[in-house]
Each structure stands twice: as structure tokens, then as C-alpha cells.
Design a binder for this molecule. Sequence first.
Ligand code: PMP
Ligand code: GLN
Length: 379
Amino acid sequence: MLSSKLPSVGMTIFTEMTNLANAHGAINLSQGFPEFDPHPLLQELVLKYMRAGRNQYAPMQGVVALREVIAQKARDLYGATYDPAAEITVTAGATEALFAAITAVVHPGDEVLILEPAYDCYIPMVRLSGGRPVFVPLNHPSYRVDWEAFRRKITPRTRLAILNFPHNPSGAILTPGDLAALAEVLRDTRILLLSDEVYEHIVFDGRTHSSLCTHPELRERSFVVSSFAKTYHATGWKVGYCLAPRPLSVEFQKVHQYLVFSVNAPVQHALAEFMQDASHAAGLAAHYQSLRDLLVERLAGSRFRPLACHGTFFLMLDYSAVSAEPDLAFARRLTREHRVAAIPPSVFHHDGADHRLLRLCFAKTPATLNEAAERLGRI
Ligand code: PMP
Ligand code: GLN
């Protein structure tokens, strides 16, 4: 008989809530994807490279021009140097990069530190490699890291720590002080880091993203993962990348080359040309900040209380003044009865910790957000 490697895994919450939203004609603020299309020029460029015959396998590590423009970006934004010939890999979305990094370094019995709430794919990926997730709770409701609590979870078996800032679902970000604290905690260890930075360009209120690659000591032990999905409104294209120093990239690429070998060629060429103009990514934070502000403002008269949101395109709402139901039951009922779909964040906790919150995606048009806020305001 078949013996499942992931016996407790079912359909993801993103699929469940999107299906429920569609079944009830609800406004879907659950699964995180933009309601806008990629820039017309970027779409034109994909077509241009398809017509120019760039339709066969790209190099295993990624199209050279794209790796070069990613290296340039890491230098300009973070002051970090990565050799495009050896230290950058273009991947099938951030998801493949996360899987490849975990598979490359986690051996059976290794412990992997995971900050909770945690994006849904980390735990199953660790388990598939025979690793043991060890959970470090983020402080509620600030979702900042308690570095002493983090230190206490380290054992001789700790192999990897997974970080995700700007943080899904809370929007929390790291400061340079956090990076210094992390470097200090890890200084005499051989622990590696996997940093999921897919929301790197979406940080608000004049703050800046503290990438792990900005810190020279952390850079040496980190896989830094990002994605073009959020930056260019193209979640369906599934193209991302991983930055890692040479010895880590060597092991990463051993997995990548047998997982997918290489990634969508015309999209890579198009991104390489489009990214020559850095203003597209630079304007993203202002775009999303205005949508966050609109949603917060429209919810002001309601019984839902927004938590602070410093980045990403997610807003957490405290609904404890509306209902005492657990978040999953409340999210399902909200979709069915009030036709607004959201994510119940308890699913991002291994023990189902429930703070009576909902995660709303505000990567939507003002009209959609207005309508959703109006429906929530009536409850
Ligand atoms: N990490 C986080 C934190 C995410 O929110 C997402 C999805 N939006 C991903 C990874 C997956 O990114 P991709 O679609 O590029 O695989
Ligand atoms: N990252 C998206 C979110 O957090 C969902 C991606 C998916 O559906 N797997 O909503």
C-alpha cells in the first residue's frame, strides 16, 4: 500500500478559500495575487522574445542577461556582490528556490528553525528531506523576532533557519538591528539561513527592506530568495531566483538542475530587458501603500480593527469585536454570508494558534477594496 510522505497535508488554504470565494461569488481577498496585469511593455517584451525564437531551453542557471541584471540590482539596492556566473540561479518561482535550498542542505534528523506564523510550504518541504521543524513564535501582535527565544531553540542538530521578511501574513519587517542580533546569535555556529524575501520591494512609510545580503556575515551563510511574481504583477509566470555564495549555490544548482533544469526562456529574456529600468520596482511601495491606506481608511467605521502593516500586500484584521468564532469557521462564514473571502492565519501555526485575525490581500483595485470594506462595515 501507498505510505504517504505527507500524511497530514491536504488542499492548501489558498486553494480552499479561492474555491469557496468563486462558489459564492465573493470578493476574493484571500489568496495573494494582484488584480492588475503586468506592465504592457513587459507583456510586449515576452511576445517579442517568443517571436525572436527564444523558445528553447534556457541555460540551467538562468539566462545570462537576467543573472547580470539581478547582480546589478543586488549591488545597487543592497551593496551586495554576487557573481552572475556562479552565485545566482533563476528558478521556477520562489517556491522552487525554497524547495531546492532546503533539499540541498537538510539531512534526515536535522533541525530547522521556523518563525511562526509561517508561510505554508516551509514545513512540508523540511519534512520531505527528513528534517525536523522547530518553531519559534513571533511576538504577537508586533510579529517582531525575540532573538533570545530564537537562541534558546538552537541545538547541535540545528542546520537551517528560515526567515521571511517582509512577513506574510503580518507585514512585519526586519531592521538593521535585527540583522546584527541574528549575526551575533549565529556567530559561533554552522547554521545556514534561508531568507524568503519575495516582498522585498513592498515596504511602507519611508522604511527600507533589510535584506540578509546587506550584512556581510549573514550573506556568507544565506540563500536569499525572491520572485518576480509580486514585483511585476505576474504570479502566474512562476519565475524567481536565489542568491547564494558559491559553495551554497553549487549544492543548490545540483538540486535545481534535476528539479526543473531551467526556467521559462522568453519570460527571462523579457525580464532582463524590462529590469534595465529600475523605476518599475521602485514605484511599487508607493502603489501598495496607497491601497493599504485606502483599505484602512474605509474600515475605520467598522468593527474590524487593522493591525500595523509595514510591508507586503496583506493586512491583518482583528475581528474579536464581531465574533468569538475560531478564525477558520469565521473566514468560511464571512465568505458564504457576507461574500468577502480572507485567509484565517491560524493555518500558519503548527498548533493552530488563533488570535481572532483575518489576513486580507489588498493587491486589488480601489473599487474592489471599497466594495469589500463596505460589506465588512455592514457586519
Ligand atoms: N513565499 C512567500 C512568503 C509567498 O507569499 C509566496 C507566494 N506569494 C511565495 C513564497 C511563492 O512565490 P512564487 O509564486 O514566486 O513561487
Ligand atoms: N503566496 C500566496 C499567498 O500567500 C499564495 C500562493 C499559493 O496559492 N500557493 O496568498
